[in-house]
Design a protein around this ligand. Structure first.
Ligand code: FAD
Length: 475
């Protein structure tokens, strides 16, 4: 192995490989094949001890990346895990599905390939699990404070984990049969194997956290009841109201929201009951509307279900391949990403607007679309223009709308509670995460709007700190 100081010059970035396409589209098992221990040590050697670690700034959790890279490089995996665990509650989640804001900020990324930080993180935590270094965070002393967490997504789990470790008695209420939130019912199994979530939940249970699944607050228990019973309540219910595409023909059968489609697939995979019709892409021509990651997850899922052909349309222009002055290093750039799902078979089109859903006997049979262009006007903003003569029609059997989420659900307990909302329709809090109801806090996407797992974890952790201070009257 080359010396630490010149590792970044001597060693090329090498990523995890993937199972062959023909093999992986047959199942929902994990796509990635990790590198060996010595290969990962070499990758950690590419971290160049740059002095000002922008990766640490780029990571919302403030992970101590150069420190754990150095420990991996010298083969001290246990030391690396303990450094990682100082800031990250669930590195096994982020090590698999984080878009790696840290790598976008890596100094090496200025003119070379960034250090493969996310994969090093995954390797550290998996080595720690294999060696039994990860133990339940059971507190030595218990306070007499009881806290209810509503929602078992990453933010609720992070809040529960920290509050329990601080000695409080925590109960997580989850409406679904299993916790994990969008990590479980949105992100497909081939990107994040759900046994990874179970393994962490088992540790949290062993540490004393109580999970009450299949319990929907607002339907099975009132918020006021929880509020009376517990010293504090944290709501971490996410943003589950999808953005719709209200164009003619929207009421035809065969048009679904991405999150309904993806969550049903996960439920089927685990033999859970689901409501409504079976959403299956087998032998169908599928159009995914929305070019983001959720859309890519629909592409991968449709191919695994045996779709005849999969299209993905995005109304915005194709993102750039390299940074330009609008997204300078070390900010997170919006660049073109071809995912493993796209490699599996997908026709991608950018700058296409879907104008109408066409149908026969109440069922979707196709769409009418048009090519568009984004033109910068005098106000310096980009305006959409439809390109004359580019209108087209195509046959489609199934449409999946992956256009993001609007806000948290209002028709459940939130609507009845009178809790103040912000102008986007998410729960508004003060700077201590407290809502307009005393003793009731909010965290994660429900508070910040649609986001990322790593940011939801951070918000859950910050809410936990604020609840602890509130209960222990530190402020
Ligand atoms: C398809 C898809 C793919 C994504 N891929 C990625 C990715 O690759 N990387 C990434 O970083 N981010 C990704 N995200 C975003 C990420 O999953 C979310 O930002 C994150 O899960 C938000 O966490 P949360 O805990 O705030 O909310 P959620 O994950 O939404 O969890 C909220 C939980 O609250 C529960 N709940 C809601 N109402 C009630 C109630 N009344 N009673 C009890 N429980 C309730 C829900 O069932 C859910 O379990 C993706 C999102 C989607 C939709």
């Amino acid at each position: 192995m080359s010396s630490k100081l010149t590792g970044f010059m001597d060693i090329e970035r090498k990523n995890f490989s993937n199972r062959s396409i023909s093999d992986r589209v047959k199942d929902f098992d994990s796509v990635n094949i990790p590198l060996t221990e010595s290969e990962m040590m070499a990758q950690a050697n590419r971290c160049m001890d740059c002095g000002t670690s922008f990766c640490n700034w780029g990571c919302p959790l403030g992970n101590l990346i150069p420190e754990w890279n150095d420990l991996v490089y010298i083969g001290d995996w246990e030391g690396a895990y303990h450094k990682l665990a100082l800031t990250a509650n669930f590195p096994e989640f982020t090590g698999r599905i984080c878009p790696s804001l840290c790598e976008a900020a890596c100094v090496l990324g200025v003119n070379r390939d960034a250090v493969s930080i996310r994969e090093i993180e995954q390797s550290i935590v998996e080595t720690a699990f294999e060696n039994g270094w990860i133990q339940p965070r059971t507190p030595k002393v218990r306070t007499n404070k009881k806290i209810a967490v509503i929602g078992g997504g990453p933010s609720g789990l992070a809040a529960a984990d920290d509050l329990n470790a601080l000695g409080h008695r925590v109960t997580v209420y989850e409406r679904e049969l299993r916790v994990g939130g969008l990590m479980r019912y949105g992100i497909p199994n081939y990107k994040l194997d759900k046994s990874i979530i179970e393994r962490r939940v088992d540790l949290m249970k062993a540490a004393g956290i109580i999970f009450v699944n299949g319990m929907k607050i607002g339907r099975d228990i009132k918020l006021e009841t929880l509020s009376k019973e517990y010293d504090a309540t944290i709501m971490a219910c996410g943003t589950w109201v999808p953005r719709d595409l209200n164009i003619p023909g929207r009421d035809l059968k065969g048009i679904y929201f991405a999150v309904d489609y993806l969550s049903q697939q996960t439920k089927k995979y685990f033999g859970e009951k689901f409501e409504g019709e079976d959403l299956n892409a087998k032998d169908k021509v599928v159009l995914v509307i929305g070019g983001g990651d959720t859309g890519a997850d629909c592409v991968g899922t449709a191919n695994r279900q045996g779709a005849k052909k999969v299209y993905q349309f995005e109304i915005l222009p194709k993102p750039l391949i390299c940074r330009d002055e609008s997204m300078p290093w070390p900010t997170y750039p919006k660049l073109y990403k071809s995912t493993t799902a796209h490699e599996e078979g997908c026709i991608n089109e950018w700058e296409v607007a879907t104008k109408e859903f066409l149908g026969k006997e109440g069922h979707l049979s196709g769409i009418r679309g048009i090519k568009v262009e984004w033109i910068k006007e005098k106000d310096d903003r980009y305006h959409l223009t439809e390109l004359e003569g580019t209108g087209f029609e195509m046959d489609v059997d199934m449409v999946l709308i992956a256009a993001g989420f609007l806000h948290t659900e209002h028709d459940g307990f939130i609507g009845k509670s009178g809790i103040s909302l912000d102008k986007s329709g998410n729960v508004s809090t003060d700077d201590k995460h407290m809502t307009s109801l005393k003793k009731v806090f909010a965290a994660g996407d429900m508070r910040t709007g649609q986001s990322l797992v790593v940011k939801a974890i951070l918000d859950g952790k910050q809410a936990a700190t604020n609840v602890d201070r509130f209960l222990m009257r530190c402020e």
